[in-house]
Design a protein around this ligand. Structure first.
Ligand SMILES: Cc1cc2nc3c(=O)[nH]c(=O)nc-3n(C[C@H](O)[C@H](O)[C@H](O)COP(=O)(O)O)c2cc1C
Length: 436
């Protein structure tokens, strides 16, 4: 019996997707309306996905050449709407799929996150998650009145406390607190709603939460920290981890590391679902897929500056100052540490241009190119070999066609192999996540 695995979709921000790419319709005119996201979520629900994760950042990039030009000109992660708004609309448009907006610890007070996610869990009947991120850019910090983000590992120390506060707020309503007893004229049993008096080193909140209990009690927590400190954090708190590593060996190592860390943190590792990024190139025939792969490679070679600008954005390093035809010098970051370290190690003696053209900066675990049947088989084998729990789709060009290729082409092929679900077995997000 083949191993059953989970599926998620990584939506690159709730706003304009893939501007100036094929099959994107009139995205420049209608990007600000939510219909595409609602259709996307419905399609993924039809394909019985576990969840859609809405990525977010709250600044316009300017790490490349000290300028916002390249980011604005090419629409790199901008414009971008608030993911909590999109999550609300997706909840309304669907009934079974999990929805995971990203909210950063430095942009929201713990009380606000607890209240927002709990309210979203209520209106979605128990289908909400929270992608917990600590941020990576000082430009974003400045938008919130800070001079800079705290140092990388300190951010995770603060996040430990933050999440403790959020969880206590969620637990400030005991089960059964709403009695709705008309006879005694009692809606809520006040003895079951508690003040938490949380006072930490960085955060404080009195509680109780005023939004009331949520269906899941504690909504699903997603995390993506890839550095050693980030992984320790994720192993302690996450219900699902989204990982960007390259190759089956690295996937297997990541899983082994997670199991080890989870046990160390006193958790049952089987309750944490580890999903790996992929961006399959799906064709009606293998030849068609290979042609599309070639087209994308040519496009990548043409857009070397934009790709480096993206690396600049998430590492705060101005790659425009480096010579493309020289080896990559030693670099450090207070942003995405894991990605930068992998890039430097990969680059070795290669020139920056060569390193970038060979390195898969998007972090896909494996190359998948072919027909739905070919890719489905490969995914199933890789999952078996790596011991992971599923895949997170992150196509570079998200549009109605690429969604249909996955939802109506690839997933049915996976279902025929018996490696993904054909029907949801539960109503709530966490229950579906824990179903296998
Ligand atoms: C699939 C995936 C999704 C992520 N989504 C976001 C996001 O929406 N917002 C954000 O600020 N960081 C996001 N990150 C970055 C992580 O939160 C984290 O900073 C990054 O993986 C580097 O980990 P490290 O800081 O422990 O090195 C994401 C990372 C991955 C792999």
């Amino acid at each position: 019996m083949a191993k059953c695995f989970h599926l998620g979709w990584f939506l690159q921000g709730s706003s304009i997707q893939s501007w100036n790419q094929p099959w994107t319709g009139n995205i420049a005119d209608d990007w600000m309306f939510p219909s595409f996201f609602m259709e996307l979520a419905k399609s993924l629900e039809r394909a019985k996905f576990d969840y859609v994760l809405i990525e977010d950042s709250s600044y316009v990039g300017e790490a490349w050449n000290n300028s916002r030009e390249i980011y604005l000109k090419n629409g790199i992660s901008v414009p971008r709407q608030d993911p909590a708004i999109t999550a609300t609309l997706l909840a309304q448009a669907t009934s079974r799929i999990g929805i995971v907006p990203t909210l950063a610890t430095f942009t929201h007070h713990p009380y606000l996150v607890a209240r927002l996610i709990s309210s979203l869990d209520q209106i979605s009947a128990g289908r909400m998650g929270w992608n917990m991120v600590t941020g990576s850019s000082d430009f974003a910090a400045k938008n919130y009145g800070l001079d800079a983000l705290p140092q990388h590992d300190l951010r995770y120390d603060m996040a430990d406390e933050y999440i403790d506060c959020v969880k206590q707020l969620w637990a400030s309503w005991e089960p059964g607190a709403i009695v709705a007893d008309a006879e005694s004229r009692t809606l809520i049993d006040h003895t079951k709603v508690r003040q938490i008096d949380f006072k930490g080193k960085y955060y404080a909140s009195r509680g109780p939460l005023n939004s009331g209990p949520s269906p899941q009690g504690q909504p699903v927590i997603a995390q993506a920290g890839g550095s050693p400190r980030g992984r320790a954090f994720a192993a302690r708190h996450a219900d699902t981890i989204v990982a960007s590593v390259r190759g089956v060996d690295a996937m297997r190592d990541y899983k082994a590391d997670l199991v080890h860390r989870a046990i160390e943190a006193g958790r049952d590792p089987s309750t944490i679902k580890l999903l790996f990024l992929i961006a399959p190139i799906i064709g009606g025939t293998e030849e068609e897929a290979l042609i599309e792969k070639k087209r994308r490679s040519e496009q990548d070679a043409d857009s070397i500056q934009q790709r480096l600008a993206f690396l600049s954005k998430i590492t705060n390093i101005d790659f425009s100052t480096l010579d493309l035809d020289q080896p990559v010098p030693p670099l450090t970051t207070n942003g995405h540490q894991q990605l930068l370290e992998e890039f430097i190690a990969f680059a070795g003696r290669r020139t920056l241009r060569q390193a970038l053209s060979d390195f898969n900066a998007a972090g896909e675990a494996i190359d998948l190119v072919g027909t739905p049947e070919q890719i489905a088989l490969q995914m199933s084998e890789v999952m078996e070999q790596s011991g992971g729990d599923g895949f997170l789709f992150s196509p570079p060009n998200t549009n109605r066609r690429s969604v249909a290729e996955v939802a109506d082409g690839l997933v049915p092929a996976l279902q025929r192999l018996g490696v993904v679900r054909k029907a949801y077995s539960h109503d709530q997000f966490r229950d579906n996540l824990l179903a296998f």
